[in-house]
Ligand binder design. Structure first.
Ligand code: URA
Length: 242
């Protein structure tokens, strides 16, 4: 059970102070009855909430697919550089969303934003082996045994050993890289360890989610019901519920 003013504020209907005023003015109904007590405890998942006659749909968790553009940080705030949250409308910025996993500032591609900490944690934890697929352009020549070394678990600079991944060369100077963990600059360092230098990187997929080709860099959309089901299925599988 949660306080009515908190629920409405979390849904982006205004600040706590603003929604309290609206509630006191009689603008809010719970299951059809006007409620003027901002502290009333409700179960937001089972009541019908209306504000000024408009039904407000409550979802505990939000999942957004973003095509991250280069130049933004995959964090929630930074004193100097704009973050991916700046691409969202104000209402969504107030919902406690954060990126599940990171892409470097100069990287592009699929980024999942959510306020579901549990699922995000499981999706990015190296213990759960969720596969990520990246398209890279690189300068230089990759060693002849690059794919083999990546499949065997390549050692990157600083002596870190990566989990087995995959490298598929798709064109001269271009490749797809598949990894199941997210070490700092991992793909760039793997390519460096193979003799190349990444000049462009885009994440194409993250577990069951594939970057929507309709999304241009900077665009975002909510996950479809099917996509949500898929990531929650992983979540359940990983936490041993299925
Ligand atoms: N690996 C990298 O090196 N950079 C990214 O942004 C993602 C994976």
């Amino acid at each position: 059970m949660e306080r009515l003013d908190k629920v409405l504020a979390n849904l982006g209907e205004g600040s706590r102070k603003e929604v309290r005023l609206l509630i006191r003015k009689g603008a809010v109904t719970v299951d059809g009855a006007v409620v003027r007590d901002p502290e009333m405890k409700i179960d937001p998942e089972s009541v019908v909430l209306c504000l000024n006659g408009r039904t407000i749909s409550y979802k505990k968790y939000i999942y957004i697919m973003m095509h991250k553009p280069a130049g933004l940080l995959s964090t929630t705030r930074d004193p100097k550089t704009p973050t991916v949250l700046s691409l969202l409308p104000e209402k969504l910025q107030k919902q406690g969303l954060f990126p599940a996993g990171r892409l470097d500032k100069d990287s592009e591609g699929l980024l999942l934003l959510t306020n579901d900490g549990d699922t995000a944690h499981r999706l990015i934890s190296p213990n759960f082996h969720v596969e990520k697929r990246y398209f890279v352009r690189y300068a230089g020549m990759l060693d002849a045994d690059a794919a083999e070394r990546i499949e065997g678990g390549i050692t990157i600079d600083g002596g870190e050993v990566c989990r087995p991944g995959r490298l598929v060369c798709t064109a001269p100077g271009e490749a797809e890289v598949f990894v199941t963990e997210g070490k700092y600059h991992q793909v760039k360092r793997m390519i460096t360890a193979c003799g190349g230098e990444v000049t462009y990187l885009r994440r194409l997929s993250f577990g069951p989610l594939a970057l929507d080709p309709q999304l241009h860099p900077g665009d975002f959309r909510f996950l479809t019901a099917e996509e949500e089901k898929e990531i929650l299925k992983i979540h359940e599988k990983l936490s041993g519920k299925v």
